[in-house]
Design a protein around this ligand. Structure first.
Ligand SMILES: *Cc1c(COP(=O)(O)O)cnc(C)c1O
Length: 376
């Protein structure tokens, strides 16, 4: 928390706006839209709800195909199933770990020769970093398919000077407890198209028709953000820049002290992007480092340090086992490789230097011990 949250919460209590609407909701939406440079924003109960509404606004339904990044959290794809649609998973490329334009192009070529085009592409920006949006947007424009940009993990990141989450027809953010700013739970749908914004607000509040009685012509949802939680978001937003700086500093300390190790490679950042480094992640080449990512994770966890593997690709999940998948190339399956060798380190904006030293020490130790047993 930033410290100013109580003031906004108190205002909500004092004015008795304890509802999924009210002045904090309105202002939070305006502030996000202004900050990101988009026409409109709708505050919602979660990032997942935002993805669901975007799919619903694009009239995606039973049997429709939706392309989606494979290397991501399950929430990127679950709403595709809510709509009865069928996800087709797309591999990553090595320079950003995000959606491979090459794999996407092959998926489009197949879809067009089969005559069944996808109704949308869900592009995920992993661990604070944008995907290769120019290449992805060019393909989607050529095939006339809208983009939903899942920027849940990349709030505060930039791609060629433009805010992450503002590239697609829709962008979505999350304010879940683990994200860079949080309302404990919450999300935002952004778009430049005002008719979508208005329709999203309508659908998120049970799709109530303009009538004096309760009348409903369309299927709606209860997806609005509470006025209390929106107050927490308003207090956090001014600190987003500081948190990005803090996370990037955490990354650079890890980088300084670990990047010399053979076979240890940090998630790259192309020079025309600015990642938030929401999580510091790296891969391990066991043949060079002498220790696998699995053993290193065990060593960290046994010291009560919460390190985690990289997301398990969705096309490998039992839930999606029947769904199609396009790899980066015939020989390169990038996201499976990242899953098998990748680790995310503790990266919180408030991680102290002492705490970080402990993590780094534990990594050095684990590698040394392994080296001793191997060569000593
Ligand atoms: C957190 C997250 C979401 C979902 O956001 P919620 O607010 O938790 O529903 C979606 N996509 C990605 C990539 C995420 O990390």
């Amino acid at each position: 928390m930033s410290g100013n949250e109580f003031q906004y919460i108190k205002e909500a209590f004092d004015s008795n706006w304890i509802a999924p609407l009210g002045p904090n909701v309105d202002e939070f939406e305006k502030e996000i839209a202004h900050y990101m440079g988009v026409n409109g924003a709708v505050a919602l109960s979660s990032g997942t709800a935002a993805i669901h509404l975007a799919l619903s606004l694009l009239n995606i339904g039973k049997g429709d195909k939706v392309f989606c990044s494979s290397l991501t959290f399950v929430a990127s794809a679950n709403p595709i199933l809510y709509q009865g649609a069928e996800p087709v998973f797309i591999d990553s490329e090595p320079e950003t770990w995000n959606m491979s334009p090459r794999a996407l192009e092959r998926a489009f070529l197949d879809a067009s020769s089969e005559g069944v085009m996808p109704k949308a592409v869900v592009v995920v920006n992993l661990y604070g970093q944008s995907a290769k949006m120019d290449e992805i947007m060019a393909l989607c424009q050529a095939y006339g398919v809208p983009i939903i940009e899942d920027a849940a993990e990349s709030l505060g990141a930039f791609y060629k000077g433009r805010a992450s989450g503002t590239f697609g027809q829709f962008g979505i953010y999350s304010f879940n407890g683990n994200k860079i700013i949080t309302t404990s739970g919450g999300g935002m749908l952004v778009s430049d198209q005002n008719h979508f914004i208005q329709k999203a607000r309508f659908l998120a509040a049970q799709a109530r028709d303009k009538a004096i009685f309760y009348q409903h012509s369309e299927l709606g949802y209860n997806y609005r953000l509470s006025n209390i939680l929106a107050g927490i978001g308003r207090a956090q937003l001014p600190f987003l820049k500081d948190r990005v700086a803090a996370r990037r500093k955490v990354f650079s300390r890890y980088y300084e002290q670990l990047s010399h190790l053979p076979g240890l490679e940090f998630m790259p950042e192309p020079d025309y992007m600015q990642s938030t480094r929401w999580l510091t992640a790296f891969t391990i080449d066991e043949s060079q480092l002498g220790i696998s990512s699995e053993i290193l994770l065990q060593a960290l966890n046994s010291e009560n340090i919460e390190a985690r593997p990289v997301w398990k690709p969705l096309h490998l999940q039992p839930l999606f086992i029947k769904n199609q998948y396009y790899a980066h190339s015939d020989r390169e399956n990038v996201c499976e490789q990242l899953f098998m060798t990748g680790i995310c380190l503790p990266s919180g904006s408030n991680l102290s230097e002492e705490e970080q030293e402990r993590v780094i020490h534990c990594i050095h130790n684990a590698i040394e011990i392994k080296g001793l047993t191997l060569y000593g």
